[in-house]
Design a protein around this ligand. Structure first.
Ligand SMILES: [Fe+2]
Ligand SMILES: [Fe+2]
Length: 257
């Protein structure tokens, strides 16, 4: 199939139009988090969760220049009039997560990280190839963000941190659908064999990263009452859901709630 046969004419309904509206709505909705709560993390909570929050605050922040460049030059999605505007708002939403976590770190007098080796590996991986690889690496981190924030939500007695995690979890659950739409459409022109290879590569990346994530954050998971088995099962459940959505890729289902 040629790229022109797949391109989106300006008059056609864009599968990303609703996502654009969703991100706009999120951006303009008031952000109500209980910043005034008097509770501060105890020394034990700082020890088990501080480093984890630092790492995710850094990981959530990206300019997204490479992603936008790849998206703009993509022969199919680049022609969708809503794709790039939605992507810009998606990147801004991720930066918003980083800003919220950064404000929490400042409030708890935990220094922000300037760099982290795992974050650096992910940033380099995203630069390796085209839009497919870039989004695949990005969404792998987003799948693992689900068990991470579910555990962080319960790891301390801070209701502020709990509210922050719930807010981010709500956004990330939508991101998984949004990225499944992107990857599903990017992979649609591929042969069945090529799609299987993509899926196997993604699965290997996901499982390797999940093991690293557990190794880096197991103290925080334990504080929230999670065992390795509960982490592994939850992470794999989110990943299977993502893979099903990519494989089936029905744009009419992959819309915001
Ligand atoms: Fe995020
Ligand atoms: Fe996300």
């Amino acid at each position: 199939m040629t790229s022109s046969a797949l391109s989106f004419p300006a008059s056609a309904s864009s599968p990303f139009e609703r996502w654009h509206r969703h991100f706009l709505h999120n951006r303009d909705a008031p952000c109500t988090l209980p910043w005034q709560e008097p509770y501060h993390l105890s020394p034990t909570e700082l020890r088990v969760a501080g480093r984890s929050i630092q790492q995710f605050q850094l990981g959530e922040w990206a300019r997204g220049r490479g992603l936008k460049r790849r998206a703009a030059s993509h022969p199919v999605l680049g022609t969708d009039p809503s794709f790039l505007p939605a992507l810009e708002l998606f990147i801004a939403e991720e930066q918003g997560h980083s800003a919220i976590l950064g404000r929490f770190l400042d409030r708890e007098r935990i220094p922000r990280l300037a760099n982290n080796w795992l974050d650096g590996v992910f940033r380099r991986l995203r630069k390796l190839a085209g839009l497919d690889v870039c989004v695949t690496v990005l969404v792998t981190a987003e799948v693992l963000a689900m068990p991470f924030y579910e555990a962080l939500r319960d790891a301390t007695r801070s209701s502020l941190l709990r509210s922050i995690c719930m807010r981010i979890l709500r956004d990330e659950a939508a991101h998984l659908k949004y990225q499944a739409l992107t990857l599903g459409l990017v992979r649609r022109p591929l042969s069945g064999a090529a799609r299987t290879i993509c899926s196997l590569g993604h699965s290997a990346l996901f499982h390797g990263t999940a093991l690293l994530l557990w190794q880096q954050h197991r103290k925080m998971f334990h504080a929230a009452g999670w065992s390795f088995a509960s982490f592994w099962n939850d992470a794999r459940r989110w990943f299977r859901l993502l893979q099903r959505r990519i494989e089936n890729c029905d744009p009419s289902n992959l819309v915001p709630l």
